[in-house]
Design a protein around this ligand. Structure first.
Ligand code: GLV
Length: 318
């Protein structure tokens, strides 16, 4: 008998075709975002769920999933939307999709840096107003060459960004749970504390996972560590930033500009970000290329196949 898999969001056609060939796949052709109640209801009779970051699969949801559900394969590298411990207690395997989105996400991380440093938002606003003129001091931004890039979280995406940023002439600093080997560091300087990292970050890129330790890591106190006029960018998760404090820092010009792709409670965005000309903001586009989205969904499907074929899965996170 074919396994029955609930696929919570619409995938690209080739991925849905593959899933439907393998399983009795319950697709979401309208691409609506399911409430917790609906998710539980739809998972009745299913062997697994292919979820995405838009579903909050917390302890309450996990407790109410039917016993038949053995795996939740998240269509994302991040899995902060799932209570992986609660899943473990119920013997539900949780998997993610690392590697395949590294390059696409690092590209967006670089775009955030460029957009924030070179005042892209203000530039676009001027162009739309049609009454701009070139002048020697028009929209002067910050040049990347020779500036220091702090990378918070030197995992796959952080390291891919480091490589790109080096080609822009930036000097790389990082903070990570563990110091990397000299070979992997590739010239980047490790910092023992966030205070030490932030104090040398002309530009910061947040690339770390959302955990209890990293929640609100950018806050009123830690913002003080940065050099005045620093730029902060975030390609990871909105949970890492205390928005009120960030807005205050932008208004006071302690922070020169921000570049954000992710938000606390997205798709909601702190309304002040929309008003700040120095905020270069995108709607969570990190992995949004056709090549990457196809590879991510393919991997999410393969994770489920591998699990049902062998009882194991290399991308298990719990
Ligand atoms: C995207 O944000 C992901 O975690 O894959």
């Amino acid at each position: 008998m074919k396994k029955k898999i609930l696929i919570t969001r619409k995938l690209l056609r080739s991925n849905e075709d593959r899933a439907s060939n393998i399983w009795d796949a319950k697709l979401n052709s309208n691409d609506q975002i399911y409430s917790k109640k609906k998710l539980i209801e739809l998972s009745k009779g299913c062997d697994g769920i292919l979820s995405s970051l838009t579903e909050k699969i917390d302890e309450d949801v996990i407790k109410n999933l039917p016993d038949s559900v053995k795996i939740i394969s998240n269509f994302a590298v991040g899995f902060g939307n799932i209570d992986i411990q609660a899943a473990k207690k119920r013997n539900i395997v949780v998997t993610n999709t690392p590697d395949v989105l590294t390059d696409a996400t690092a590209e967006i991380a670089m775009l955030l840096i460029l957009g924030a440093c070179r005042r892209a938002n203000e530039g676009i606003n001027w162009v739309k107003k049609e009454n701009w003129k070139w002048s020697a001091d028009f929209l002067i931004g910050k040049q990347l060459t020779g500036s220091r890039l702090g990378i918070l979280g030197m995992g796959r995406i952080g390291r891919a960004l480091a490589k790109i940023a080096k080609s822009f002439g930036m000097e790389i600093h990082y903070r990570n749970r563990k110091k990397l080997s000299t070979e992997i560091e590739d010239g980047a300087k490790y910092h023992e504390s966030i205070k030490s990292l932030f104090s040398v970050s002309d530009v910061l890129s947040i690339c770390c996972p959302a955990t209890k330790e990293t929640k609100d890591i950018i806050n009123k106190d830690t913002l003080e560590y940065f050099p005045t006029g620093a730029i902060i960018t975030n390609v990871a998760r909105g949970d890492m930033i205390e928005d009120e404090a960030m807005v205050q820092a932008l208004v006071s010009r302690k922070i020169y500009a921000i570049g954000l792709d992710v938000y606390k409670g997205e798709p909601k965005i702190h309304p002040e970000y929309l008003k700040q000309p120095t905020a270069f903001i995108l709607p969570h586009l990190g992995s949004a290329t056709k090549k990457t989205r196809i590879s991510m969904a393919d991997l999410a499907i393969t994770n489920i196949e591998e699990f049902f074929n062998s009882g194991k899965c290399k991308n298990k996170v719990n």
